[in-house]
Design a protein around this ligand. Structure first.
Ligand code: CAA
Length: 691
């Protein structure tokens, strides 16, 4: 069936695209548009053309699945040229989202109208590419260079009203795309509106040419946020070209930059990630018919950093929360912190004062556990000790209504053991949030042995509702994220035993693209986690640090010393000496270690642990592990995730490097996992398992 259809409405042709689910510009759409618009351009009884889309959205972009494959049929550029050359007004009537190539196509129309709920954007940056169908040349001419840079480099969506204000839309009106499009077309014919062409706009370009520091300042402004990504700089270069070159030349420049990005490893990783995140939502074998449990009211136990952060997620989504603490003082402290966090967002202009009050108003604090009785979901976020967790679950099992979900936010503990103390293990699940819980996007949804399908379905849907990326994992010590983290942290410590300094290891991982290295991370979390002052006798570096009060950022010193004003870390000779002494005391032989070896010794054990996680069925697919690491720990998305990274260097190489490391260290943990050996032997990669 044709993806492009034409319907005549007297002297107006209504051209509609039908390519579910998001009307991507696949070959059939491009060919159909080319043919129909070319024909309509010469059809005498057609005076105007309206372009709309069927289904839930206007065109959401090029078809990403076609990337990297040879072009078939008409190119998008050819289609755009037919639009530009059309002697009759073309009006794009937008609903849903007009994204990427979709917006670029709309920009080749003479007019753009939209329903109020529509969103527009050029999100290509998230795929490691740039808007390669003229977006970098057209958008600055419409909205000005700086706004265009913001839109393309943030890659976010603009609401219809905002788009109207900046001149990206000509009209926003209530109705269907068809009605508002036809109405505008009649107006265009009746008023003999000129054929407005974006490439001919001059005003914004002339004004921008006078702003001499524009690009230099912009580069400085985004440097920190875009570290390691290739696309933002390429976008800036293209926008510079839009000012310094004529339209045709600019398009050629953009095309070259686009192709460079498209063939980069970074873009391949980001496109892999795009599909991985969507794949993580698909759970084989899960009974989709299992009814979702209505979740209207949330209970949270523990008003500490974690509990408070979790509460904020639900309040942000407009859901009422009952936050329970044992003592009044702790409760007050928790509620105060929540308000302070919201207030900080309001002060930065991210939310309004009214939103601060509404959200705080949704969180009811209490020290009365009985108040949890009518909650649909209760999340426990108390101290990480099995006995405490069990006693909390026994208590809530007796209080909370039947059918409600009981969740634990444990980071490491056995969810099955916790579930076993209740009379409803089928209603028990792990919901592992990552700190700071109101910011980090990951939610590990931990399926217990007896957790029912409807509880899992409900929790995955709830993750989306609170704007988290939910990944279903199984029960084991540390689940997916923390188990792999432990593998890395212990090898990072091994490097210290062999003569590396913490800042050497951290520098290598930071340069790789991680937000911080293992030791800066320890300082942030607190070196005293699990430290017992009673038993401490300098047997580990952690003990020696804590004995000297170097518990991390919170005490102003840990592996690093922290500037009291700026909190900037700096390497500390005291720690360097402490390490030297420790190694001497323990007979460790120090040696010079290259950056490449540091990277291998930190990252390869993560891959190995990931392989073991797959063998045990803890993760459903390697790409789920990558989604966990990108969202929970800031693994650079332009390197895909640990499993994609391993694939990109080749599993045979991973195996031989691990074999070398394990024999050098006589360390069983570094021996390649059987799955890794098997895949490497067959010349396969992890992606072969990510179906
Ligand atoms: N190409 C191919 N498939 C796409 C797609 C695209 N551009 N956009 C979405 N899909 C697919 C998804 O993979 C998903 O498929 P499955 O159901 O098989 O998993 C399906 O469409 C639905 O997508 P979502 O689950 O993401 O649905 P949503 O309603 O949550 O979000 C959306 C819809 C906002 C459009 C979101 O899918 C999205 O952001 N898509 C990407 C948009 C984009 O990046 N466009 C630019 C493309 S590149 C380009 O256009 C280059 C250029 O300059 C020419």
């Amino acid at each position: 069936m044709s993806m492009v259809k034409v319907e005549k409405h007297n002297n107006i042709a209504l051209v509609s695209i039908n390519n579910p689910p998001v009307n991507a510009l696949s070959r059939g759409v491009r060919d159909g548009l080319y043919e129909e618009i070319e024909k309509l351009g010469t059809t005498t009884d057609t005076e105007a053309i309206v372009l709309i889309c069927d289904g839930r959205s206007f065109v959401a972009g090029a078809d990403i699945k076609e990337f990297g494959k040879p072009l078939q049929g008409r190119s998008l550029q050819e289609v755009q040229n037919i639009f530009r050359q059309c002697p009759k007004p073309i009006i794009a009537a937008i609903h849903g989202t007009a994204l990427g190539g979709g917006l670029e196509l709309a920009l080749c129309c003479h007019y753009r109208v939209a329903v109020p709920t529509a969103h527009l954007g050029l999100p290509e940056v998230h795929l490691g590419i740039l808007p390669g169908a003229g977006g970098t040349q057209m958008l600055p001419r419409v909205v000005g260079a700086e706004k265009a840079l913001d839109i393309m480099i943030n890659g976010g969506m603009i609401k219809a009203k905002e788009a109207l204000d900046m001149g990206l839309l000509d009209k926003v009106a209530e109705g269907t795309p068809q009605t508002i499009g036809l109405e505008f077309a009649q107006h265009a014919i009746g008023s003999r509106l000129p054929l407005k062409k974006v490439e001919e706009l001059q005003d914004k370009k002339s004004a921008d040419l006078k702003k001499t520091d524009l690009f230099e300042n912009y580069r400085k402004k985004i440097a920190r946020k875009t570290r390691g990504f290739l696309a933002p700089e390429a976008i800036i270069k293209c926008v510079e070209a839009s000012l310094n070159m004529d339209f045709e030349e600019g398009l050629k420049f953009e095309q070259q930059e686009f192709l460079n990005l498209l063939s980069s490893n970074e873009s391949a990783a980001q496109r892999y990630y795009f599909f991985s995140e969507r794949q993580a939502k698909k759970i084989p074998g899960l009974d989709k018919k299992a009814p979702n449990i209505p979740v209207k009211k949330i209970g949270i136990i523990g008003a500490g950093t974690m509990g408070g952060g979790i509460a904020m997620n639900f309040a942000n989504a407009g859901m009422p929360v009952t936050l329970v603490e044992r003592e009044k003082e702790a409760l007050k402290k928790g509620l105060d912190t929540i308000r302070k966090n919201y207030q900080r967002s309001a002060d930065r202009g991210k939310i309004t004062q009214e939103q601060v009050d509404t959200r705080c108003g949704l969180i009811e604090g209490t020290i009365d556990f009985e108040r949890l009785h009518n909650c649909d979901l209760v999340i426990e976020a108390v101290f990480e000790l099995m006995e405490i967790k069990k006693s909390v679950f026994k208590k809530i099992d007796a209080i909370v209504k039947p059918g409600a979900i009981l969740a634990t936010n444990t980071s490491f503990l056995d969810v099955n053991e916790i579930a076993a103390v209740t009379k409803r293990p089928e209603s028990v699940i792990g919901l592992h949030f990552f700190s700071p819980a109101n910011i980090m996007k990951l939610l590990e949804v931990v399926r217990g042995e007896k957790t029912s399908d409807d509880v899992i379905n409900t929790c995955l849907a709830l993750a989306a509702k609170i704007k988290k990326v939910g990944v279903l994992v199984g029960v084991c010590h540390g689940f997916v994220g923390n188990r792999i983290l432990e593998a890395r942290q212990s090898q990072a410590m091994n490097l210290i035993y062999q003569g590396c300094l913490p800042w050497d290891v951290d520098r290598v991982l930071f340069n790789f693209g991680m937000p911080m290295g293992p030791f800066a991370m320890n300082d942030l979390a607190g070196n005293d986690i699990g430290w017992d002052p009673e038993k401490s006798n300098g047997a580990t570096i952690q003990e020696r640090l804590c004995e000297q009060g170097r518990k991390g950022q919170k005490t102003g010193a840990g592996f690093y010393s922290y500037d009291p004003q700026t909190r900037q870390p700096s390497p500390d000779p005291i720690v360097a000496n402490m390490i030297k002494e420790f190694n001497q005391d323990n007979g460790h032989k120090e040696r010079k270690i290259s950056d490449e070896e540091i990277l291998d010794r930190c990252l390869l054990p993560m891959v190995n642990e990931g392989a073991k996680i797959m063998e045990e069925g803890i993760a459903l697919r390697p790409s789920d592990i990558d989604v966990v690491w990108v969202n929970g720990y800031g693994w650079p998305v332009y390197k895909g995730g640990p499993m994609h990274w391993a694939d990109s260097i080749g599993l045979d190489k991973v195996v031989s490097k691990l074999e070398k490391l394990s024999s050098e260290d006589q360390n069983e943990n570094l021996k390649p996992a059987p799955l890794l050996l098997e895949l490497a032997k067959k010349g396969k990669s992890f992606s072969d398992l990510s179906q």
